[in-house]
Design a protein around this ligand. Structure first.
Ligand SMILES: Nc1ncnc2c1ncn2[C@@H]1O[C@H](COP(=O)(O)OP(=O)(O)O)[C@@H](O)[C@H]1O
Ligand SMILES: [Mg+2]
Length: 282
């Protein structure tokens, strides 16, 4: 059975495409068959993040009826992907609401364990068309308070999408400084479990420049280990982080405790909804 996972966020730049790409590659590392689709038709980045510049067809081609969607998945690094067109004129005539219909055909082909949808930010028509087609949604956020408000507001909308059965939150660019909101606070406020916690890792950006996603570029980087942890959690497989990762993380925690005390939020993290006027979800 194919699991369809939509990757969403309140705003752009929080790491949706990074999470989509590396989650797909990490699932591949566990032997899963993965299809990654660039559903951000207005500002597509997926092919670039995967390091591909020559592709034979796009999601736009399928949505414009030029080719059948079944012929659009292309192979890269052990996963299949469908890019979106970079040509603005390929947006003419596309109704994003048709996406669900195309996706159904890919699901019916039963070729994939996972289909991951990299969506547009926010809750506009483009993003909603994609999220409506997903069964599971992973909401990507950075660990700062205004973002939690986005999750809470978006949750109201996601709840109305009948096909969406499960929502979780992936925290990205985490440094575990005491000025950051904790995963357990986000979970407590939103009622959603945390499906991933990815460190702020400069190697992610170096990988982007090298056109190689971090899981391929530096498989032992902290963020790569965390992407594998996330994928293992989603796929329900056992994974034990290497010892070097566990030791480095313990050091980082101590260092952060010492150096970020002046802006500490660790007290209010326990009671953040009062302190920061966040409306707890009912
Ligand atoms: N964990 C991370 N650590 C450091 N930089 C990151 C991390 N995740 C993403 N980035 C960088 O942040 C920028 C935005 O990420 P991107 O995945 O394009 O966000 P979105 O798809 O939500 O717009 C990119 O330059 C990316 O390399
Ligand atoms: Mg993106």
């Amino acid at each position: 059975m194919t699991r369809v996972i939509g990757i969403a966020s309140g705003k752009g730049g929080v790491g949706k495409t990074t999470v989509s790409t590396n989650l797909a590659l990490a699932l591949r590392d566990f032997g899963k068959k993965v299809l990654l689709i660039d559903c951000n038709l207005s500002t597509p980045h997926l092919a670039y993040y995967l390091g591909v510049s020559n592709y034979k067809s796009t999601l736009n081609d399928a949505m414009l009826g030029k080719v059948g969607i079944e012929s659009t998945p292309q192979l890269k690094d052990g996963i299949k992907y469908i890019p979106a067109s970079l040509d603005l004129k390929d947006l003419n005539g596309i109704d994003t609401m048709d996406f669900k219909k195309h996706l159904k055909k890919l699901v019916a082909s039963d070729k994939f364990d996972y289909i991951i949808l990299d969506s547009a930010p926010g809750l506009g028509r483009e993003a909603l068309a994609v999220l409506d087609a997903a069964e599971e949604v992973i909401f990507v956020t950075t660990p700062f308070v205004p973002m939690v408000n986005d999750i809470i507001r978006s949750a109201e909308v996601l709840k109305k999408l009948k096909g969406v059965k499960g929502v979780s939150v992936a925290m990205n660019m985490v440094t575990e400084g005491s000025h950051e909101i904790f995963g357990r606070s986000i979970s407590g406020l939103t009622g959603f479990p945390i499906s991933g916690q990815i460190s702020y890792d400069q190697n992610v950006v170096y990988g982007l420049v090298a056109k190689s996603p971090i899981v391929n570029f530096k498989p032992n980087a902290a963020s790569s280990v965390e992407f594998r942890k996330m994928a293992a959690g989603i796929a329900g497989v056992d994974y034990k982080a290497p010892k070097s990762y566990t030791v480095k993380r313990a050091f980082r925690k101590v260092k952060n405790k010492i150096f970020s005390r002046s802006v500490s939020m660790s007290q209010s993290n326990e009671d953040i909804s009062d302190d920061l006027s966040i409306q707890k979800m009912k």
